[in-house]
Design a protein around this ligand. Structure first.
Ligand code: PEP
Ligand code: MN
Length: 362
């Protein structure tokens, strides 16, 4: 593709730095009327910064609605002219990038199904070389966050200056209340890796339904996310894709009104002193916990010696079930979830096994 240096639209530049950054619009552009009406009703709220609409839809099975394609781009451009809202679409190939930029799309999205594939991410990145358009990259479908980091690094390498991350949850085995499990520790880890990078939450694809949207959005704000992307439709029940999770622009306006926005920092003295004291207590407790775990490991080492001298295997399932059973009971009184207890003991168990394995082989 021929690259052309584009200067980013000043409005988008201004929006890029706004917190919270609010993106909304239909999952898919369906008709010109639908795009224009959604855009107008969103603009009327005065709370939306960027209009989204899927043009090319990566669907799980062929035969499902795969997006209107390039004919939807002029509808979005028209919506931008009418409302003044910058526009964003998902791109997955070099051709998508070229078409989107030709129709003055202000910001690009890389979808979850693209982030999983480094070939596709690289193709999009190569098409972005020399352009000046902000890009938001979603987490990959499955919880392998190095792919997410890798995508960001690829964007950085081709010189994309404005990069942001979108947390849309992770596909999960078994029944969960969410379409995609939030696994909050993973976006938090990304924030640790890229502390200055915009991170926004997409509650629509995490929830897969309307009832949980508000609580997931609130949770992301409480975790200091920099914005939201929520799917809105003028007739959600009859949307051509993701009907269950879309809400009307007016409902979204209500939802935004009810959210409590918090800031990461404050200079209120009283609060800071109280926080510092509590943090100091946490530090002490963490030190004690680590010391205790170290002591526990020393005892595990002793048991390892006995097992070695008596030719007994390291793993004894019954004992392990007994430990977990005791911990669940105790945890109940302490307000600790079974999920936490299982994770904690899995980690401790693995460490003991590694210690004892080493002893066996000495
Ligand atoms: C979307 O935003 O409509 C979409 C397809 O999202 P994801 O890539 O998160 O599935
Ligand atoms: Mn969608």
């Amino acid at each position: 593709m021929e690259t052309e240096i584009k200067t980013m639209n000043a409005l988008m530049q201004e929006k890029w730095n706004k917190r919270p950054l609010i993106i909304s619009g239909p999952c898919s552009a369906e008709t010109e009327g639908q795009v224009l009406e959604t855009a107008t009703r969103l603009a009327k709220t005065g709370k939306v910064d960027v209009l989204r609409a899927g043009i090319w839809k990566p669907r799980t099975k062929p035969g499902m609605f795969e997006g209107v394609g390039i004919k939807g781009l002029p509808w979005l451009l028209q919506a931008k002219k009418v409302t003044g809202l910058p526009i964003t679409v998902e791109v997955a190939t070099a051709k998508h990038v070229e078409d989107a930029l030709q129709f003055e799309v202000d910001m690009l999205l890389i979808g979850a199904r693209t982030t999983v594939n480094p070939f596709s991410v690289q193709e999009v990145c190569d098409a972005l070389r020399g352009t000046n358009v902000p890009v938001l990259i979603k987490n990959p479908i499955h919880p392998e966050i190095d792919l997410w980091s890798g995508g960001i690094e690829r964007l950085q390498k081709v010189g994309v200056q404005q990069i942001g991350m979108i947390h849309r949850g992770f596909s999960n085995y078994g029944n969960t209340e969410y379409r995609n499990a939030p696994m909050w520790h993973l976006p938090i880890e990304m924030k640790r890796r890229f502390p200055d990078m915009l991170l926004i939450c997409d509650p629509s694809h995490i929830c897969g339904n309307r009832t949980l949207l508000q609580s997931i959005a609130q949770k992301s704000i409480d975790l200091d996310f920099g914005g939201l992307m929520v799917e809105t439709h003028i007739d959600p029940d009859n949307a051509w894709s993701d009907a269950k999770q879309q809400i009307t622009p007016e409902k979204f306006n209500e939802m935004l009104g009810e959210l409590i926005w918090r800031s990461e920092n404050t200079d209120k003295k009283e609060f800071l002193t109280a926080l510092a004291t509590l943090r100091e207590q946490i530090n002490h407790l963490d030190d004690e916990l680590l010391t205790l775990i170290g002591q526990r490991m020393k005892i595990a080492d002793k048991i390892g010696e006995y097992k070695k001298n008596n030719n007994i295997t390291i793993l004894q399932t019954n004992r392990w079930n007994e430990i977990l059973g005791r911990a669940f009971k105790k945890g109940e009184h302490l307000g600790l979830s079974r999920e936490f207890i299982t994770k904690y003991f899995d980690a401790v168990h693995l460490e003991s096994i590694n210690h004892q394995n080493k002893i066996m082989n000495e």
